[in-house]
Every structure is written in structure tokens, then in C-alpha cells.
Design a protein around this ligand. Structure first.
Ligand SMILES: Nc1nc2c(ncn2[C@@H]2O[C@H](COP(=O)(O)OP(=O)(O)OP(=O)(O)O)[C@@H](O)[C@H]2O)c(=O)[nH]1
Ligand SMILES: [Mg+2]
Length: 460
């Protein structure tokens, strides 16, 4: 259950840069023997006699055979990422060279690293807490400005800091109540029940805020699900293709072309949107098409945003009004998008402009006015929420612990209400502390650790 001091006797090695051809590749070793091992195959200065944080030129040799000319960077314990001795060997970026060097190091006593093992060692040696370790994984995988910001914030401890502060306040109460227990029968009260209730309520609000941020966190990580919906032939697939700049979906003048949904991501202003093209909405007797239509309804319900697309050449005002009323009932934010303005009925256009001035007029086929559409879409996801630097939970494990924390906090409140005995109250508080501690890694189990680090890649 504890992680205080971990001595690793073995030295691990792995490629730290991506597989494949590149200008350079970096092979990383970590462990007690990292310097001595590298020294055995390196010809140049004696690495064991050099200062930490220095770089040395030389060759890697297998007997007499020169494998490559390299640069070796030294990080002497504890001033390294893992807090162990770390060596980084920069070779030329050929997979042949990389394999030869790694094999040579393994023959000389290193062991191939398991996925995430470098980060795991860094965590076990107290370099950062668990939430921060997981943020390293998110940071590596972040591919947009917002997901990068969320991961960076978490890695630098924003998330853990908040949890730790709350946990410390609760620990104080737990110890007071346990002290009361020590006094047994005597009628003492060190911890004011009113103050405890106020703290628990405060904690509950903070935890609920974090839980609420998970949806947002998910959106940042996986893209804002944006459904393109409308009648058959409105031009939904044409719009998807125009936004993606590729012929991803089949377009035809036959109504009912798209049967299943087709989706892809685009980065708009630093936010990833996941656009989903759907089967056109209409009553149909075609079995396959009707399955498609019911899937469209499901996708619309779970979307963060809907692009309601209608065709200016064959839609009347009444239809549009009916659709808008249905969308308002659904409760998902939507944008009214009028398509085919190149051929649109001028009367309808001018009526719409007065009746619904927020309509965006485009021509998907001619790729006209798409920028205005993108601007509106970006506006609607309310970017400020992303940018305030508020803590955002992006990790399902944290979410799970937060949900359990919330339940146990509610138990405390209920216990206070019905004035349960101190030993039960202390137990409920301890449970809350446990779940909060799971998030930052103050409470860990081997299973939990393995589960987390398994998701990393080798070399990380
Ligand atoms: N004139 C004009 N035609 C367009 C425009 N956008 C799409 N079209 C045409 O409208 C027809 C239908 O386009 P799709 O993109 O297949 O329509 P859809 O909404 O995906 O249709 P379903 O998949 O059947 O529901 C095609 O013939 C397109 O070329 C536009 O901006 N102007
Ligand atoms: Mg289509």
C-alpha cells in the first residue's frame, strides 16, 4: 500500500523517440548501472568520471565494430526524470542502428523496459504524484491546444493541489473525532459537528464541480461531438466533405444515400470537433434506411452540438419552423444552416434573414461561407470554459474516485443528520479520505499501478 522508497536493482533500456526513420533517435537507460553499462560499449571519455548534465561525443562499439557515432547525455541520480541514473544516447535515426545498440546494451546487462516503466519509476521515487504521472501520458497524446493545456495544467499539479488541500482539511476532522473515541465514555467533543458539516458540504461542492468538469474534459480529449442532421439530400455529406477537405462520404442526388453515420475530426481554432454525418431524417419503409434514421436520433441526443442543415431549393418555411421546434425540445445547442444558397429561393432567403437572423447561409457544394459556420461553431462551445485555467478532470479513473468520494461524503452528511455514533462517523470520513487519496496516489495498490502504467507506451 505504500510507495515510500523503491530501489530498482535492474537497469532498463528503451527507445524514447518514435519507431522508424528520423534524423536522430534517442535511446534511454535508467537504473543504478546506467552509466557503467553504457561505458562498457562507449568509446570516448570515461562516462563514470563525468559530471551530471553533460553531453559527450564518441562511438558505440560491439567489439571492434563501430555501430554509430553518438552523443551521450548524463543525468546522475537523483537529478533525473526517474531520480535514478539516466543516460540518453542520441544515435542516427535508423532502426537498424537503434536495434543494434539496444541489443548490445541488453547483452551487457540492461533489460528492455516495460510500457510506462520510466514514468512508473519516476512516480515511485516521488518525482510526482499519480495524477501528474497520468498527465504525462495525456500530454504525450494531446493533439490540440486545449487538450495540451488541460494535460499541462494537471501535470504541473493543478488538479492534485486542489484535492490535497481538501483532503488535509478532512484529515484534521478525522483525527479530532478519533481523539474523541479515545476518550471513550467521557462526553467530550473536540470536533464541532456544525463545522464538520460545513466542511463536508464545501468538499461536496468542490467534488461535484470536478465531476461536472469530466464531460468537458472528455470533450477536450476526444473532440466535441457535432452532428450534421437534416432531410435527405440537404447536402449533409457534401458539408462533411467540404469541412474535412476530402471525399470521405458518398454524395449523390439520390435521397437516402447515407445509411450509417460517418465521422471525422477537424481542429477549429485549437479545439477538436468530431463531425458526424448521419442518415437523412424522414419517414421511410426501407428497413436499412429506417435503422439509419433511428441511429441519427440517438446521435443527436448525445451530441454536444447539432448542425441543422436544410436545403434552400426544396424546403418551405413551415418545415423549417417545425424542425426548429423539435430541436428546441431536444435541448442540444444547434446552429441553423441553410444550404445551397447558390440556387436558393430568394424569397425564402429574405424571409429567413428577418425571421431567423442567426441562420448561417452556405453553399456546401461550392465551399462558400464555411468560415462563418466554423466561427459560429467555435463560439457555441463556449471557449472561455476551456481557457480559465479551471481544473478539468479528463481521466476516467479520477472520475470514478470522485464519484465514490461524493457517495461517501453524502454518507457523512446523512450520519450527521441522524447523529450516528462516533465510530461510524469516523469510518465514513476514513472512506472519503481513502477515495480522495486514490486520485493523487497517496493510497495505491499494486493492481492500480499496473493498470495505469500498462496504458503507456514502451520508452515512456
Ligand atoms: N447546388 C448545390 N447543390 C448541392 C450543394 N450541396 C450539396 N448539393 C447536392 O445535393 C445533393 C445531395 O447531397 P448529399 O451531400 O449527398 O446530401 P445528404 O444530405 O448527405 O443526403 P442523404 O445522405 O441522402 O441524407 C448532391 O447532388 C449534391 O451535389 C450546394 O451547396 N449547392
Ligand atoms: Mg449523405
Amino acid at each position: 500500500m505504500s510507495f515510500s522508497l523503491h530501489e530498482h536493482s535492474d537497469t532498463i533500456v528503451a527507445l524514447a523517440t518514435p519507431q522508424g526513420v528520423g534524423a536522430i533517435a534517442v535511446i534511454r537507460l535508467s537504473g543504478k548501472e546506467a552509466l557503467r553499462l553504457t561505458n562498457k560499449v562507449f568509446k570516448g571519455k570515461n562516462l563514470e568520471k563525468q559530471d551530471s548534465h553533460t553531453i559527450h561525443f564518441g562511438t558505440i562499439r560491439d567489439g571492434d565494430k563501430i555501430i554509430d557515432e553518438v552523443l551521450v547525455s548524463l543525468f546522475v541520480a537523483p537529478k533525473s526524470f526517474t531520480k535514478e541514473n539516466v543516460v540518453e544516447i542520441s544515435t542516427h535515426g535508423s532502426s537498424y542502428i537503434v536495434n543494434q545498440v539496444i541489443k548490445l546494451l541488453i547483452r551487457n546487462g540492461a533489460r528492455p523496459a516495460k510500457p510506462g516503466e520510466f514514468t512508473q519509476r519516476a512516480f515511485l521515487n516521488g518525482q510526482f504524484d499519480l495524477a501528474q504521472a497520468e498527465a504525462v501520458a495525456d500530454l504525450i497524446h494531446s493533439d490540440s491546444e486545449t487538450s495540451h493545456q488541460a494535460a499541462m495544467h494537471q501535470m504541473r499539479g493543478g488538479f492534485s493541489g486542489e484535492i490535497q488541500k481538501l483532503r488535509a482539511e478532512l484529515i484534521h476532522f478525522a483525527s479530532m473525532i478519533e481523539l474523541e473515541l479515545d476518550f471513550g465514555e467521557e462526553d467530550v467533543e473536540f470536533a464541532s459537528r456544525d463545522d464538520l458539516r460545513i466542511l463536508v458540504e464545501k468538499l461536496l461542492r468542490a467534488v461535484e464541480l470536478l465531476i461536472g468538469s469530466f464531460d468537458l474534459g472528455n470533450v477536450i480529449k476526444n473532440g466535441v461531438p457535432t452532428v450534421i442532421a437534416g432531410k435527405p439530400n440537404a447536402g449533409k455529406s457534401t458539408l462533411l466533405n467540404a469541412l474535412l477537405n476530402e471525399e470521405k462520404a458518398i454524395v449523390s442526388e439520390i435521397a437516402g444515400t447515407t445509411r450509417d453515420f460517418i465521422e471525422d475530426e477537424i481542429n477549429i481554432g485549437g479545439v477538436i470537433f468530431r463531425f458526424i454525418d448521419t442518415a437523412g431524417l424522414r419517414e421511410t419503409t426501407d428497413i436499412i434506411e429506417s435503422i439509419g434514421v433511428s441511429r441519427t436520433h440517438e446521435k443527436m441526443k448525445s451530441a454536444s452540438l447539432i448542425l441543422y442543415l436544410f436545403d434552400l431549393t426544396d424546403t418551405d418555411l413551415l418545415e423549417i419552423e417545425t424542425d426548429i421546434a423539435k430541436l428546441e425540445d431536444l435541448g442540444v445547442p444547434f446552429v441553423k444552416v441553410a444550404n445551397k444558397m447558390d440556387k436558393g429561393n430568394p424569397n425564402l432567403i429574405s424571409t429567413l434573414k428577418t425571421k431567423y437572423p442567426d441562420t448561417i447561409f452556405i453553399s456546401a457544394g461550392q465551399k462558400e461561407n464555411l468560415e462563418a459556420l466554423k466561427d459560429r461553431v467555435l463560439e457555441l462551445v463556449n471557449l472561455d470554459k476551456f481557457r480559465t485555467g479551471n481544473t478539468i478532470v479528463t481521466n476516467i479513473r479520477h472520475y470514478d474516485s470522485l464519484m465514490k468520494t461524493r457517495d461517501s461524503l453524502l454518507d457523512i452528511l446523512q450520519g450527521l443528520e441522524i447523529q450516528i455514533t462516533n465510530d461510524f462517523l469516523a469510518m465514513d470520513i476514513r472512506r472519503s479520505l481513502h477515495f480522495l487519496g486514490e486520485i493523487t496516489g497517496e493510497i495505491t495498490t499494486d493492481d492500480l499501478l499496473e493498470n495505469i502504467f500498462r496504458k503507456f507506451c514502451i520508452g515512456k
